[in-house]
Write a protein that binds this ligand. Sequence first.
Ligand code: FE
Length: 215
Amino acid sequence: MPHDGHDHDDDHDHDHHNRPPSDTALRVKAIESLLTEKGLIVPEALDLIVQTYESKVGPRNGAKVVAKAWTDPAYRKRLLENSTAAIAELGYSGVQGEDMVVVENTPKVHNMVVCTLCSCYPWPTLGLPPVWYKSAPYRSRAVIDPRGVLEEFGVEVSASTEVRVWDSNAELRYMVLPMRPAGTEHLNEEQLAELVTRDSMIGVGQPRVPIGSAP
Ligand code: FE
């Protein structure tokens, strides 16, 4: 990632989460230290698990939502009108996904999501937020210079396309419905889901182009 992805360790829960600040985080760290000290775990193994949830397990749920919206116009409509309920139809609901808003990319509008205050993120559909999402540079620059950030992520957005930045918070979690790639008419829902990347649902990436189709 061309991002200044230092984890500044500042993604503390703050007041808008209505929870005692970072009590859980402290406990987790304490347990991790203790288990490492006793030789019961290696921190690298934990990192690997976290990474798996960040980039594999979690975002596959969101990808299924996107693929369904691409293939089922009635579902797409429900998804945009009442995102939480439409996502729950597929069985994805719960903590950090209670109030979802799905925003749709079109040739005229490109959406991207940030949490400027910390790391609010839709867990049921995307899993755990990646480190760069929680980083201070992303959180501030996504708002100040969204086009610059998109460029660093390798996303080309034409000058005539409006870039909208959505600030997730404790009340609302945003997810992007990316545009279905051209040349995918022959693909079924499952194959389409394979094309949906985590970053495309945050708005800092595009879906993959299917193998064998022209770039
Ligand atoms: Fe937050």
